[in-house]
Design a protein around this ligand. Sequence first.
Ligand code: AMP
Length: 392
Amino acid sequence: MKKTIKDFDIENKRVIIRCDFNVPLKDGVITDDTRIVKSLQTINYALKHKAKIILMSHLGRIKKEEDKIKNNLNVVATRLSHLLNKKVTFINETRGKELEQAIFNMNDGDIILMQNTRYEDLDGKKESNCDMELAKYWASLGDIFINDAFGTLHRAHASNVGISTYLPSGIGLLIEQELNALSYLFDPERPFTIILGGAKVSDKIGLIENLLPKCDKILIGGGMAFTFLKAEGYNIGNSLLDEEGLEFCKIILKDYPNKIILPVDIMCHNEYKDEKGVAKDITDLNDDDIGLDIGPKTINIFKNNLIKTKSVLWNGPLGVYEFKNYVEGTNSILKYLTTLDGKTVLGGGDIVAAATACKVTDKIYHISTGGGATLEYLEGKELPGLNNIKEK
Ligand code: AMP
């Protein structure tokens, strides 16, 4: 296990915490503050142990000067201050005299949030390309570095891999929780069922290859089911097809004929829009049918396969859940899982948004906050953001 913030004596120390405050914004207003809320446990731990807390994060992408305005981290400082019920001093620069002076003047328990680390990307992508001079400068501002930005662990940036090259480093409590919950899936209690949906098979080949041998059943819905159904020889009409993933589907259907469960009926419409569709057996699709959700027979088959399961990993919605007419498959399986004994892990991205909208998040064992990082970890890849952090 990697060293965590709890393995350091942080009292009176300047502790740099790399958070993931990459929150969705609309017209400058935070629309979902989950990521800020998730970072509170580490910040509160540092507060309780009287550290001087220097927070950093990226927000959005900065490719041109105008991008700076809409990705100003100031809004996060305000929200964070509200959530902590404590002053958070926002420093509107990523380096310079103002930042250095503010850190020099900190008392124990003070909190500073510096400006979006990706402001440094305007000048030669210094943050995203892990410029080591920038990393060294940032490291010079602190005594200890804590990485709690799970969502960027699969990237080598100056504000994670870079700083941890120069300072004694550990992971924060959010990353610790994420790694514990996700690594549970490498040796889970059986039966272990994977539910996969979402758009493209080719995005998830690594995940399927790594976990398929370890699971007992894999239930496939969403857009990606149609590439499997096409590989089985069905007419999928105008439904989503991922040509690139077709060959892979043929191979794994042959290698694991008893593990893969595909939809037997589909909610169809002849246009991609939020209008009531009709349920059709998979043998009955016309050339102009578009499959937008799994049908009622499939929902029952999926439920029957889940009854006795002890562990579930779910990535990707089972239909176009953004349309109220096609959210039924995803929501009924989400709700069903909350009635079972097993542990369910929701692996990043759209399925988390679907679970939030369905109001079941408090009944789920673990909800992973990272999109790409979650997938890469589950694919068995090394996460660069952890490389410089020593084992306990
Ligand atoms: P992913 O990022 O691969 O998990 O894909 C999530 C997206 O898949 C969501 O935006 C869904 O709308 C989309 N999706 C799910 N089911 C379907 C479907 N049957 N046809 C087209 N898109 C779908």
